[in-house]
Design a protein around this ligand. Structure first.
Ligand SMILES: Nc1ncnc2c1ncn2[C@@H]1O[C@H](COP(=O)(O)OP(=O)(O)OP(=O)(O)O)[C@@H](O)[C@H]1O
Ligand SMILES: CC(=O)C(=O)O
Ligand SMILES: [K+]
Ligand SMILES: [Mg+2]
Length: 617
């Protein structure tokens, strides 16, 4: 009797909170086909049509049940299960499959190939529980300060989700070694750090300074900018990579290094050499970006003449495909065409959709076509470094907010990049303004934050990462406590019925999880689509995304709130859930009584999708 009451109670809770969403589902063509109750043995088998109809009528004032249930367009199931009765099975499973994980999960994973999760997340879940996990993902640019295996491991341990390789710097062999180091870290120590390759793109930049990490330009000093190829550079000389530079530049033009960190004025043209005077002193870094300004305006024709993907970039892209990178970020994108072109090139050479293409928004051209560009990309990066050199600085914050919003509307992950903690290249603590900037990006609910120089060549890479981590956690918690995003509204993405069903299921699942105070949402996904839709809904609880390939697991690493697991699963949701519960419990990542909302886009029949609310047995 008590059992039956338990079952009915949880049933009415679920219907109570989700009736409206079911109505939404039904109007998008879904049919609620089965509601099963399990309250210990014997298990009542579904579909319990009568009970279902009556419950729907009761909750929806007689509107929903009878009308919707008769529609045969698609099938969706709702299973509400009382905890009792599953427990015995769970315990039994855990003895078979559950192996206590080793310190970094390495031993455990070697013996249980059936479930893999990031070692850091595993530790975090064990120590602090579901809610404490960080939702904002962290990208670190790898450079001389962080390329050694132990340095990479320190970053992985500190929460790095993605390692970025900037092809502007370093040799291909150097990058290859870093990729190898990251891969062995993943396979040997149980991390799942994804790799993003960032193309050089055709920007105009300075050369190296005979290997020096930086060179100081003093106020009033005269420098030569030359298009000649020089074996060794005379003092106060720099090369420029754009052959037309000496011809195109005019006396009186202003040259901005890295968007204004250092400034020069052109005073004389001498054949291939351009003599300039330093008007704003500072440090010149190897391959620093150069922009030309004439009468207060950016000279854009120069960049416009350069291809987005240069011949060197194509070789780098081939290299990235061969090395199996997870993401390619394209610098200085101007139109959506170049992204489409690259995606078709990749698809002909790599397993379908195994490499995500990210568009870097960092020029005024990219802003003109920003929506088209993002629609065809797998994600975007707000590359504020170069962007701030191409548009007035005061416009950068609102452009950032606009791109973050747009990406969420279009269901594309977005990275906020550059100068988040710039002062930490040299100092062990950030400025208060930097902390505020990081917090703001988290409050905007960007998917990921990125370190550049701070991790590539700064003095305090691990400290910088730790600042990103702690500031993200605090801001996320504050947003939840203060219900900052309760009124967020998202437009529908698709008009195709199947996709609308997935959308409805995911937004309903997120709302249910919020209202029920669920501990986590589970999603079983092959293509990652349902996982991304759940991430887009930005629910209060973390999303455990179970997917069956390593590459999809790494791809999901960049999306807000997702904790990707690799798991072999079947089309049978019930057995997937039982196995998952047993494995997670055995590894101490969840406990009896935790409340889960589970959805799936895998099934044996075409339209079979489901939302389930379960209490962990
Ligand atoms: N692989 C590398 N080897 C050496 N130095 C690197 C490497 N990657 C980054 N750096 C250093 O870190 C700095 C910041 O990195 P970042 O990736 O932001 O480069 P960037 O040159 O500013 O270009 P981008 O606009 O593509 O980000 C670089 O200017 C460079 O000095
Ligand atoms: C990251 C990058 O390319 C930029 O900020 O310019
Ligand atoms: K780059
Ligand atoms: Mg850039």
């Amino acid at each position: 009797m008590a059992m039956a009451q338990g079952a009915l109670q949880s049933c009415s809770v679920a219907f109570g909170v989700s009736g409206g969403n079911f109505a939404g589902l039904a109007s998008s063509g879904a049919r609620i086909s089965s509601v099963s109750f399990r309250g210990g043995a014997p298990v009542l088998s579904s579909p319990l049509t009568t009970v279902r109809r009556e419950n729907l009528r009761r909750r929806e004032g007689g509107r929903g049940g009878s009308v919707k249930v008769q529609r045969e367009v698609a099938v969706s199931s709702v299973t509400i299960e009382a905890a009792l009765g599953v427990e015995k099975k769970g315990v039994a499973d855990s003895k078979v499959n559950g192996v206590p994980s080793a310190k970094h999960g390495a031993v455990g994973e070697a013996q249980v190939p059936s479930m893999e999760v990031d070692a850091v997340t595993e530790a975090e879940l064990k120590e602090n529980g579901f809610r404490s996990t960080r939702r904002t993902k962290l990208v670190c640019t790898i450079g001389p300060a962080t390329c050694a295996p132990e340095q990479l491991e320190a970053l992985a341990m500190g929460g790095m989700n993605v390692a970025r390789l900037n092809m502007c710097h370093g040799t291909r062999d150097w990058h290859k070694q870093v990729i190898r180091n990251v891969r062995s870290l993943n396979s040997e120590k149980g991390y799942s750090v994804a790799i993003m390759m960032d193309t050089e793109g055709s920007e105009i930049h300075m050369g190296d300074f005979n290997g020096a990490p930086s060179v100081k330009a003093e106020d009033g000093q005269e420098w030569i900018f030359t298009v000649r190829t020089l074996e060794s550079l005379p003092e106060r000389t720099t090369t420029v990579n754009y052959d037309g530079f000496a011809e195109d530049v005019r006396v009186g033009d202003e040259l901005l290094v890295d968007g204004g960190m250092v400034r020069f004025e052109v005073i004389e043209k001498i054949g291939p050499d351009v003599k300039c005077k330093c008007t704003d002193p500072g440090l010149l870094l190897p391959r620093a970006n150069l922009t030309m300004w004439r009468e207060g305006r950016l000279v854009r024709d120069l960049n416009a003449m350069l291809p987005t993907i240069s011949s060197k970039d194509w070789i780098d892209i081939d290299f990235g495909i061969a090395e199996g990178v997870d993401f390619i970020a394209v610098s200085f994108v101007k139109t959506s065409e170049v992204i489409k072109h690259l995606k078709s090139y990749i698809n002909a050479r790599a397993p379908n959709d195994s490499i995500g293409v990210f568009a870097k928004i960092e020029s005024s051209d990219s802003l003109k076509n920003v929506e088209d560009i993002i629609r065809v990309s797998d994600g975007a990066m707000v590359a504020r470094g170069d962007l701030g050199a191409q548009i007035p600085l005061e416009q950068v914050p609102s452009v950032q907010q606009g791109i973050v919003n747009l990406c969420r509307e279009l269901n594309k992950p977005v990275i906020v990049a550059s100068q988040l903690l710039e002062s930490m290249i040299e100092y062990p603590t950030p400025t208060r303004a930097e902390v505020a900037d990081v917090s703001e990006a988290v409050r905007q609910r960007a998917d990921a934050l990125m370190l550049s120089g701070e991790s590539a060549m700064g003095l305090f890479p691990e400290k910088a990462l730790s600042v990103l981590r702690t500031v993200s956690l605090r801001m996320e918690e504050w947003c939840r406590e203060n219900k900052q995003h309760a009124s967020d509204r998202l437009p529908e993405l698709s008009s195709a019925l199947n996709d609308r069903i997935s959308e409805s299921i995911c937004s309903s699942a997120a709302q249910m999880a919020n209202r029920l105070g669920a501990d986590a949402i589970f999603v079983y996904t092959r293509r990652g689509y349902m996982a991304s839709l759940l991430s887009r809904a930005r629910p209060d609880c973390p999303i455990f995304a179970f997917t069956d390939t390593k590459s999809m697991r790494q791809r999901l690493n960049l999306q807000w709130g997702l904790i990707p697991f690799r798991l072999d699963f079947s089309g049978d949701m019930e057995s997937n859930l039982r196995r998952t519960f047993a494995l997670l419990k055995a590894r101490g990542m969840m406990k009896k009584g935790d409340l889960i909302v589970a959805v799936s886009d895998i099934s044996t029949s075409d339209f079979m999708q489901s939302i389930q609310v379960r209490r962990i047995p």
